[in-house]
Design a protein around this ligand. Structure first.
Ligand code: 13P
Length: 251
């Protein structure tokens, strides 16, 4: 049995005051939902105040990191820095970073290795564009991403990874993939992981769906066999909604 995992991706939202307001409203209530792992992936400046409220099933994550150990990389943050302030998770390869900040499968792969080296749990994002879906190349695109992104990772590392399937056309658009499409593609990701690492690993790895997840569609998405959770943008910013989304993930 895979434990459901709900992660909020705040993107570039919330100041320190807004963060404190959110976490005071959420932490105790989410922590009591023991059957779900919940994660808040926040901007760097507020991570420090969030980790203080971390508990067994409420963990804090970053949204990016650099692949180098340290060095002259102005404006970047390393895995060791995140680990040193007790950050637990890190999103790697979000489509917004791939599209706007030159993230490639090669840098994603280096970042995954570096995250594991510093005991951060990566949430790896993969997904196809609308043009790719419409031309029937979704499976090829995703298989290619997974093979390149996971290259050189061990079975144990992959078993500790979370993969988020985020079709680019469903992010921030209000268009959710139907639960059937989301489940089918998450199932395909599981198959690719199985081909690479064996069925046992495929059974263990947790795969989330992301893209316009909200209160009105979470129940149906979570009822699907291959969907183990959600990576949620907009709807994760409202404290009461985030609590309800986590509660809805109890399978
Ligand atoms: P929305 O939930 O706002 O569509 O964002 C999805 C996403 O990109 C999460 O990483």
């Amino acid at each position: 049995m895979r434990k459901p995992i709900i992660a909020g991706n705040w993107k570039m939202f919330k100041t320190r005051d807004e963060t404190l307001q959110f976490i005071y409203a959420v932490s105790n209530r989410v922590a009591s939902i023991e059957k779900v792992d919940s994660v808040i992936c926040a901007p760097f400046p507020v991570l420090r105040c969030l980790v203080k409220r971390q508990g067994d099933n409420l963990r804090i994550g970053a949204q990016n990191m650099h692949f180098a150990e340290e060095g002259a990389y102005t404006g970047e943050v390393s895995a060791a820095m995140l680990n040193s302030i007790d950050v637990s998770y890190v999103i790697i390869g979000h489509s917004e970073r791939r599209a706007m900040f030159n993230e490639t499968d090669e840098t994603v792969n280096k970042k995954l290795h570096q995250a594991f080296k510093h005991e951060l749990k990566p949430i790896l994002c993969v997904g196809e564009s609308l043009a790719q879906r419409e031309s029937g190349s979704t499976e090829k695109v995703i298989e290619d991403q997974i093979k390149k992104d996971l290259s050189g990772l061990s079975k144990e590392q992959v078993e500790g990874l979370v993969i988020a399937y985020e079709p680019i056309w469903a992010i921030g658009t209000g268009k959710t993939a139907t639960s059937a499409i989301a489940d089918e593609t998450c199932g395909f990701i599981r198959k690719v992981v199985g081909d690479l690492y064996g069925m046992e690993t495929a059974e263990v790895i947790r795969i989330q769906y992301g893209g316009s997840v909200k209160l009105s569609n979470i129940d149906e998405l979570m009822s699907m066999p291959n969907i183990d959770g959600a990576l949620i943008g907009g709807a994760s910013l409202v404290a009461e909604d985030f609590i309800k989304l986590v509660a809805a993930a109890v399978k």
